[in-house]
Design a protein around this ligand. Sequence first.
Ligand code: SF4
Length: 90
Amino acid sequence: MPPGNLPETIVGETLATLPARPYLSAVKIVYDKEICQRHGQCVGAAPELFEFAPDGSLVVLNTNPPEELWEAAQDAVDVCPVQALTLEKE
Ligand code: SF4
């Protein structure tokens, strides 16, 4: 049963054209290097977004990742044992 009293075809067209998360337009990875202990879990969880530099420091490769990497970014935040990473959602 479609929501409200809209014909099913209109509801289907509307849902098909909506972005997956219409309330979010961007996310920003915030990294606190003072807290980071270089455990590396974030690199394992999201190698597209994090890597270690030759000097051992952590590099955030893209602080404003595209939507297809939002889940990986959240995974990295979740696995960091010292909460050095947060996501700001806009
Ligand atoms: S998991 Fe956390 S502590 Fe470890 S390198 Fe990444 S940000 Fe730093």
